[in-house]
Write a protein that binds this ligand. Sequence first.
Ligand code: FAD
Length: 469
Amino acid sequence: APVLLWFRRDLRLSDHAALRAAVAAGGPVIPVVLRDALVEGLGTAPQWRLGLGLEALDAALEEKGSRLILRSGRAVEMLPALVEETGARAVYWSRAYDPESVARDTEVKAALKARDVDAQSFAGHLMFEPWTVETKQGQFYKVYTPFWKAVRGRDVAAPEATPGRIPAPANWPESERLEDWALGAGMRRGAGVVRPYVQLGERAAQSRLGAFMASKVADYDYGRDRVAEDGTSCLSENLSLGEISPAQCWHAGMRAHEDGKPGAETFLKELVWREFAYHLLWHTPRLATDNWREDWDAFPWNEDERLAEVKAWKQGRTGVPFVDAGLREMYVTGRMHNRARMVVASYLTKHLMCHWKIGMHWFEDCLIDWDPASNAMGWQWSAGSGPDATPYFRVFNPITQRERFDPQRAYVTRWIAEGRSSPSAEALSYFEAIPESWSLSPDDAYPAPVVGVDEGRKRALAAYENRDF
Ligand code: FAD
């Protein structure tokens, strides 16, 4: 009898425990993807990127004599229906750790078990599952460094190869067409502007990892903060959809570390930040919805999305070049350098005193590497409301940040067209990317700051001093 293999954010064929188990079961394997509420609820760019990822996965499956079966509907109904239709005896999938997925998967498992179907979930999206790391007191970790110390010496199983063949059923069940799902429908700028920045699928992810280890990891400690340089791995795009496993990245990092490459340990630590984000989200799901420190509910956040400052921030028109460059980079490429993410987040939550949720949702709509845990943690870290966060009174100065991390102004020049006689192609492509309704042109004057850098800082600190918590 066949095994149904339910793909979600694990769009790869190597180092895939659920796929391996399905093949080992000896019968046919039917790979399935469901368009459910979680897929429909994705932000514009992540949903578009998922569509591309599914296309690549389908092509990879085809090389193994297999294919994807697509269905729309709630997993708790569709999977039992597919079991019935195909005579499958088992349903396997890779575990997810965000609260919505956990709720869905728990319900699905119970529904399948009630029908005597072998429903099994497998690890793979994380190296250290949230419930396997605890303090001596049996608590979860709220601070990164002890979390890192607790996991750094652990064995991470060596990645496994792709199965040679994926046995197909004699008759394939019917499938919807990916084109009809129109996952990119909201992403007007997708094909024309963002697509060239995408590195799609498992093979591309592996070459990204290889190229990073060959030429960048040794300088990573220095290069990772140089916003204009390509000093980081850019693997977040692929990790987000599971086109590469964290264990594959970890083992490559370990080899580089053993070879004495200086930046390798820092890279391993960054991978563990991703694990830590999931650790926090799994143990405290409110990380993604509410101030993690509840006393922050009393802070006078601006929560009105319609404020002119919010609009200026989203459009990269705050009049602060480093902030605007980051936001434009994200709108055009679907990514933003980590240093710029910290600066634009600090600016929104401190200089503009806007609620971090506004920024989190904008990122969720624009990032092709959107990740429910890292995005939520990143925003609460920046705002000061999160666990192990940077204190609120540590306000990033976007001018000195630019001087330190973009000393030649290469980054701001790359992304800002206004006021320049010959703007770069990237700066101009921002104007191709934005909707007409924004009514912006590269010939506009560059705006004056929506709030003075000192003035905004003082205002934020005064609000923090006067807070009643
Ligand atoms: P590298 O420097 O090559 O690092 C390797 C990997 O380590 C990354 O791919 C990523 O998986 C992990 N990593 C690195 N830094 C972090 C970090 N600070 N937190 C968690 N994991 C990290 N990352 C996302 O993947 N998706 C998001 O939606 C996201 N939103 C963020 C929002 C804010 C406000 C901030 C401050 C950070 C956010 N990050 C997010 C974390 C970080 O900016 C990105 O992971 C990083 O820029 C990805 O680039 P890279 O793959 O080249 O990273």
